[in-house]
Ligand binder design. Structure first.
Ligand code: AQP
Length: 334
């Protein structure tokens, strides 16, 4: 593919907790697979993270840990743009403008807002409500073609497209209308203890529900061993077996197989042996990432340079779109 015709991929992750296996299989792993064929821009969405109360020192640490992890999984800061959202002020500026093109009714329908309002009912702030508008600004600033996300972000992507189309209808073709890329396998990894709810990195009630990418490998094995299944002893991918189906989905996403292929592979296995095989596959995938992460964490000046270069490259592109938008809405431009 020639450099000019390469499509732009944009995606982001919040440093709102330790990244989970769900984040990896639903997002990071796919980013890595797409990174050579597209112009990729990956952001650490720390502005989104403060929609939920964060400890400042801890947020700063998690932000840096996440950019280190991005590189450890195989994203290449030379070929891809990797940056902190808070380093590019265009995000906040465009977000404000887009707020004026977004209806309360649209935001009221967002299921993530409803879920997070219930979970954080002591702090239902307007940032949580307008979260999808900031996400739209993130994506649209970079004239993005494709946004690889997990299933939980589908609704936010749709509102982003609606806002962009509304703006374009008034002012002409300012924004590219992005497409979503939701993986066939791994798009929704569920909790190990509660397989009817998605695995979430900011989960705090039950650590056994979530596999964190940086968990000790033995701990990962034990979490999978203890995962909730059912009273049968049959490995079948089906809605009435959420625990087993989740493990098949995890195994499939890690090994590049469909859950149905995995089901055939494990036909006749008992649950114990099946869980061991899933744990082995997950550990094989995660071990090299953890090793690389450890090595990179020790290289302070390299990570510092990635952060600085990423901010410069991202700002350059973002400011070009922002300037166009400001002109269209009638702000003086010098
Ligand atoms: N369980 C999941 N299965 C598949 N994909 C998932 N993603 C999140 N959970 C799963 C994908 O990870 C990317 C980053 O998400 P985010 O950091 O923007 O926030 P999120 O979607 O709200 O993810 P979390 O882990 O649940 O974060 P918290 O706990 O802070 O809310 C997205 O592409 C998402 O689809």
């Amino acid at each position: 593919m020639s450099e000019e015709s390469r499509k732009v991929i944009y995606s982001a992750m919040q440093p709102s907790g330790h990244p989970s296996l769900g984040n990896y299989l639903g997002a990071l792993k796919n980013w890595k697979d797409l990174k050579n064929d597209f112009d990729c821009i990956f952001s650490i969405a720390n502005m989104h993270a403060i929609t939920v109360r964060q400890d400042s020192a801890n947020l700063r640490k998690k932000t840096r840990d996440l950019i280190t992890l991005f590189i450890a999984i195989g994203l290449d800061p030379e070929k891809n743009i990797i940056y902190y959202q808070s380093d590019v002020s265009a995000h906040a500026e465009l977000s404000w403008i887009l707020n004026c093109f977004t209806y309360m009714g649209e935001l009221n329908r967002m299921t993530q807002f409803k879920e997070k309002s219930l979970k954080h009912n002591e702090n239902i702030n307007s940032g949580l409500f307008t979260y999808p508008v900031l996400m739209a600004a993130d994506i649209l600033l970079y004239q993005t073609d494709v946004v690889p996300v997990g299933e939980d972000q589908r609704q936010h992507l749709e509102i982003c497209r609606d806002i962009a189309e509304r703006f374009n209808n008034i002012y002409g073709e300012v924004f590219k209308i992005p497409e979503g890329y939701i993986p066939k396998v791994g798009a929704k990894i569920m909790g190990l203890q509660n397989p009817t709810k998605k695995m979430s990195k900011s989960e705090s009630d039950n650590d056994n529900n979530v596999i964190y990418l940086l968990d000790d490998l033995n701990l990962i094995r034990n979490k999978i061993k203890r995962s909730v299944t059912d009273s049968e002893n049959e490995i079948r991918f089906s809605e009435d077996k959420p625990g087993i189906s989740n493990l098949l989905n995890i195994y499939g996403a890690v090994t590049g197989k469909t859950p149905q292929d995995a089901e055939r592979e494990f036909s006749g296995y008992g649950y114990g042996k099946f869980k061991e095989a899933v744990a082995e596959a997950v550990i094989n995938e995660i071990k090299p990432i953890q090793e690389k992460y450890k090595e990179l964490s020790a290289d302070k000046s390299y990570i510092d340079s990635v952060i600085k270069n990423g901010a410069e490259k991202a700002s350059y592109i973002a400011n070009k779109t922002l300037k166009k938008v400001k002109k269209k809405v009638g702000f003086p431009i010098f």
